[in-house]
Design a protein around this ligand. Structure first.
Ligand code: SAM
Length: 302
């Protein structure tokens, strides 16, 4: 029997192992760009003990090492990914990777100065336990960076509608079609994640604030939702995601009704977004309707 965790870990590992050095380096650069754009204080990392909970390819681990961390540990649910990271980064002395789940982190209370968990806890079976664990292993006064999916906008509803169709078509067929569509590997990564990851929890901003306040954290700071350097940066890049999704389903070779249904649904969404963008309402309002909260990037002080 495959557990949800195993399926999740395996899904991501299959994607990460295809990453070239160039794509990996770009993903590290993106972290630097986001830190800079959000005036991140590098002293949070410099000479500090850092944990990346759900490290995947290890990009945050490597970025933290470059930024002067004393020691960085990456944990992930995928044993194969941990083994691959150990091999890939064996030349970097102050980093290490361990197999561990975010809902049971194998470190003592208050061990780390800075804990990163980027795009992970919304995929776990026990979201709140993972959040508690990430907070537990961070020192009092230390920092935690969280990326979790936010509510609203059109992207999550369409993904929710397309997931059963993608499942029916099959992951191998969808992956083939992504390649035929000429999508870059990082796009293949996030669309495969969106369409096939077993657990995908969306959290409203007010919900996460309430949860963190109940856990008595000292400070909660949300990063800008516009300096994201990804599809949520502007309407054009956001809408482009829908065209890419359309291309994926158009290029499916299998003759199956779910393919046509998916295309019909995507067309409806594209039409709806375009009609909202043409409306005489403020950009802020359009953003609220079309993009919604976007991903929450939160810097927390324990
Ligand atoms: C979207 S990826 C994010 C990877 C990395 N944090 C980054 O920003 O590039 C999610 C990662 O979380 C890992 N993961 C999922 N559930 C987990 C769990 N319960 N414990 C530890 N890692 C988990 C997956 O294996 C995957 O590598």
């Amino acid at each position: 029997m495959q557990t949800t965790e195993k399926v999740t870990g395996e899904l991501f590992h299959k994607l990460w192992k295809k990453f070239t050095t160039q794509i990996f380096d770009q993903s590290v650069q993106l972290i630097f760009n986001r830190y800079k754009a959000n005036n991140f204080d590098m002293n949070i990392i410099k000479n500090k003990k850092v944990l990346d909970a759900g490290c995947g390819s290890g990009r945050h681990v490597v970025a933290s090492a470059y930024l002067g961390a004393k020691k960085v540990i990456g944990i992930d649910i995928s044993k194969k990914q941990i083994a691959l990271n150990k091999k890939n980064f064996k030349s970097i002395k102050n980093i290490d990777f361990k197999h561990s789940s975010t809902d049971q982190i194998k470190f003592a209370n208050n061990y780390f100065d800075y804990v990163i968990s980027s795009g992970v806890i919304h995929h776990t079976k026990d979201y709140e336990k993972s959040l508690d664990e990430v907070l537990r292993v961070c020192k009092k006064g230390g920092k935690i960076f969280l990326l979790i999916y936010g509510a609203g906008g059109f992207r999550w509803p369409i993904i929710k509608a397309l997931r059963p169709m993608a499942k029916k078509i099959g992951i191998d067929e969808i992956k083939k079609s992504m390649k035929v569509s000429g999508l870059p590997l990082n796009n293949i990564k996030h669309f495969t994640d969106d369409l096939f990851v077993p657990i995908q929890k969306i959290t409203q901003k007010k919900e996460i604030i309430k949860m963190l306040k109940e856990k008595k954290v000292k400070e909660i700071k949300f990063w800008s939702t516009q300096k994201t350097f990804d599809h949520e940066s502007n309407f054009k890049s956001y809408l482009n995601e829908f065209y890419k999704l359309k291309k994926i389903f158009l290029n499916v070779k299998k003759d199956i009704p779910e393919k046509d249904l998916a295309i019909k649904i995507i067309n409806i969404y594209i039409k709806k977004i375009n009609s909202i963008l043409k409306k005489k309402i403020s950009i802020k309002k359009k953003r609220q309707i079309v993009i919604g909260e976007g991903n929450h990037r939160i810097l927390i002080t324990k």
